[in-house]
Design a protein around this ligand. Structure first.
Ligand code: GCO
Ligand code: MG
Length: 407
């Protein structure tokens, strides 16, 4: 069997996605997700110009060798564009191998380690009351864990909230220039603990709670927040501080017992190596799309497991259903899986549904996946062609005095 043709699609069924399709001479094909929010065309060009020519004629069963070829062989290793491109190839090859074997990908990884995949929902609101009402709805739907994000008074457009537009920011698809949003660490730190105090007062301690700081704090500020939140027993605090300086996490760790999660912008195990070996984190959040594929994520999971760190892959809606399906196969296998971020399957989005179909379902707090061979995802090329790419940016953040900050 050899690779006969490889196609890249950049479509916008509600938001932009980059999809890779690898077709073999025997007609079996595999799908991969290469979406990099706000930089979609860069990955598509990387694939078209630099990756696809090297794939034609190769044996698609050689997943490991092809991964090494694209990673080591490129000399210019790592980085989000390269790794999203390699990830899509890797996913598509696992998809093909599963189809040839007649087995779902999780069986090729080693089978199921659990019955269902625990997911955390994303409750948000413009006030504490609204956010907690939203939390109540998630609890009613059976969620075992929920992330709480609330608009900070005086800071328009707080991360993770809907704002005036009433649509989740990642679903917006036409932002021809980046919008700007204000940030104040003191306003934030003075407000967030009250959200969690009231959450525990109203709903008790059975529900797992998570919060995403989105890398806005310095290590010592993050340590302060961790201490303030300790009484409310969070499952974890996500991205409390940027990890460009991995040593910063030791500072946070030295001051608070709050569990820490990071890794959604990591691309390789090297980005997490010191955090893992110094046991500065508890959950690694690298996604299959941004971490280079199933092949390296499996290695990351095994390495993290040696230090009692669990996997909690990034699950934002800016990853396509192909990546969500790949996560489900990975999560049901990974012995040290922790929890999966889950914003929904996009089922409410008709355009998305017409382009992608997937084998996932949600019940009583768990994601389940069927037994279709490969990843179990279908991609409708004709439908995708109806939804043209639209340039779109994530927002940027400035402190109140105008200094550019981390979004
Ligand atoms: C999350 C992430 C996302 C990112 C987004 C950027 O935890 O879901 O922080 O909200 O901001 O994926 O494109
Ligand atoms: Mg996040």
């Amino acid at each position: 069997m050899n690779i006969k043709e490889v196609k890249v699609f950049v479509s916008c069924p509600g938001r932009n996605f980059v999809t890779l399709k690898i077709i073999t001479d025997e007609g079996i094909y595999g799908l991969g997700d290469a979406t990099l929010n706000g930089r979609e065309k860069a990955v598509a060009a990387y694939l078209e110009e630099h990756v696809i020519p090297c794939l034609i004629g190769r044996d698609p069963h050689q997943i490991e060798d092809i991964w090494q070829y694209l990673y080591k062989g490129a000399y210019w290793r790592r980085g989000p564009v390269t790794m999203a491109a390699i990830a899509a190839v890797d996913m598509a090859l696992w998809d093909i191998k599963g189809k040839v074997a007649g087995l779902p990908v999780y069986q090729l990884l080693g089978g199921k380690s659990r019955a269902g995949i625990t997911a955390y929902g994303h409750a948000n609101g413009n006030t504490i009351e609204e956010t907690l009402d939203s939390l109540g709805q998630f609890i009613d739907q059976g969620y075992k864990a929920v992330r709480l994000q609330c608009a900070i008074p005086g800071l328009a457009g707080t991360y993770g909230t809907l704002g005036d537009k009433k649509d989740y920011f990642e679903l917006q698809s036409d932002r021809p220039l980046p919008p700007e949003q204000p940030w104040s660490t003191s306003k934030y730190l003075n407000f967030i603990p009250e959200l969690f105090r009231q959450a525990r007062q109203r709903y008790g301690y059975d529900i797992g709670l998570v919060h995403d700081v989105h890398s806005r704090l310095s290590p010592i500020e993050a340590a302060q927040l961790g201490k303030l939140l300790e009484p409310y027993k969070l499952m974890f605090l996500e991205d409390p501080s940027p990890a460009d300086n991995q040593e910063g996490y030791k500072t946070i760790r030295n001051h608070t017992t709050i569990p820490l999660a990071i890794g959604e912008i990591f691309n390789t195990v090297w980005d997490a190596k010191d955090l893992i070996t110094s046991q500065s984190i508890d959950y690694l959040r690298t996604s299959i799309t941004h971490g280079g594929g199933i092949t390296p994520l499996r290695r990351m999971a095994d390495f993290a497991a040696m230090y009692d760190i669990r996997m909690a892959p990034h699950g934002a809606p800016d990853l396509s259903p192909i990546c969500h399906a790949a996560h489900a196969h990975f999560n049901i296998w990974a012995p040290n899986f922790g929890v999966q971020e889950f914003i929904g399957f996009g089922n409410e989005n008709e355009k998305l549904n017409s382009v992608f179909s997937h084998p996932l379902s949600f019940k009583d707090g768990y994601i389940h996946l069927g037994d279709k061979p490969g990843l179990g995802v279908e991609f409708n090329e004709a439908e995708a062609a109806k939804y043209k790419y639209k340039r779109s940016y994530l927002p940027v953040t400035r402190l109140e005095d105008g200094t550019l900050w981390y979004w």
